[in-house]
Design a protein around this ligand. Structure first.
Ligand SMILES: [Zn+2]
Length: 330
């Protein structure tokens, strides 16, 4: 719960976090495993305030104690959604898999929601494994990574026919919140394989059945994202990676936030830190105090962002999607 200066409580759901292991012992393809975490670290160091910048050593392999303190003690977060990223071609155990993160549910009861994942290139075997994992963990959501490498393949599309049985299984088992990394490239993966336009196909197809949370709003293809999202009521804007620009590049942040507010609106926006990319505490404090610049209001015709909108974005919208009970005072 974030306690504001005027003494109000704000309910916070961090809708996109990771608990990863990028320590050298876990590097399988050394060049790409090291390059990957170095690229994450560049995002972290370039967009964080100095006092919230870690060392590369700390960053490679955070402890669960540190994560829990950063999220729930100093970070104001009430509930956090763990989003897996596999990358088994780069890391022996994977980067942050369902298995690596699952113990957190028991060790810290009530704090985390664990999402699953699938990759249609795994075929029937992958489908069976995903079904077993749904039974075991009762996923409410999944995180998909369309730019992941697999042998010669450098990515897949949500609209591929091979993906259909997986989405159908999600519908059948109530795995209703599909988070998509769309936009920002992470070395060595490519921007094109993270292109946002395939969301349009599945969002229409599963309009009444699945929610698609487009993480990072498709940046830099914000315009494509907005034009798709405005027509698809089941498409949401995930503000992970957008959020830290509030500090490092504030005018850019204002432009992106105002575009998303104008096209998609405050009822379909979800804040996230993308921990350990960035710590949630400073992001939340800055966002709560945030006002859109007058120049942007004049240009867009938007009204100033309200506290009510911020409450929805910081927690209430995600609480609805994940059926998280919200204390009355929040
Ligand atoms: Zn992420």
């Amino acid at each position: 719960m974030y306690r504001t200066e005027s003494g109000d409580d704000v309910f916070i759901v961090d809708s996109h976090i990771h608990f990863w292991d990028a320590s050298p012992e876990n590097w399988k393809d050394e060049k790409h495993a090291e390059g990957w975490i170095n690229c994450f670290y560049d995002y972290h160091a370039n967009l964080s305030p100095d006092e919230h910048t870690w060392t590369l050593e700390e960053y490679r392999n955070p402890t669960d104690e540190r994560m829990v303190a950063d999220l729930f003690e100093t970070g104001h977060v009430d509930k956090a959604v763990l989003q897996p990223t596999y990358l088994k071609e780069f890391y022996h155990k994977g980067f942050n898999t369902v298995e690596q993160q699952a113990y957190l549910l028991e060790k810290y009861p009530g704090k985390f929601i664990l999402n699953g994942r699938f990759d249609p290139r795994d075929g029937a075997e992958g489908l069976a494994r995903f079904r077993d994992e749904i039974d075991q963990y009762q996923f409410q959501g999944a995180k998909l990574y369309t730019a992941e490498w697999r042998g010669d393949s450098k990515g897949w599309k949500l609209s591929d026919p091979e993906a259909r049985p997986f989405f159908d299984l999600c519908v059948e088992r109530g795995v209703k919140n599909i988070h998509l990394h769309k936009g920002p490239t992470i070395w060595p993966l490519t921007l094109d394989a993270f292109d946002v336009t395939d969301v349009d196909v599945v969002a229409t197809e599963y309009r009444d059945e699945l929610n698609f949370i487009v993480e990072h709003c498709g940046l830099p293809r914000i315009e494509d994202f907005c034009w798709i999202a405005t027509q698809e009521p089941n498409v949401y804007a995930g503000l992970s990676v957008v959020a830290p620009f509030i500090h490092a590049k504030p005018y850019y942040f204002a432009e992106v936030l105002s575009e998303v507010l104008w096209w998609v609106g405050e009822d379909r926006m979800m804040w996230a830190s993308d921990y350990a990319l960035w710590e949630p505490g400073w992001l939340i404090e800055k966002f709560w105090d945030y006002q859109l610049p007058q120049e942007i209001l004049d240009k867009t015709g938007l009204d100033q962002i309200t506290e009510e909108a911020k409450r929805k974005i910081l927690g209430l919208n995600a609480a609805k999607l994940y059926d998280i009970p919200v204390p009355v005072a929040a």
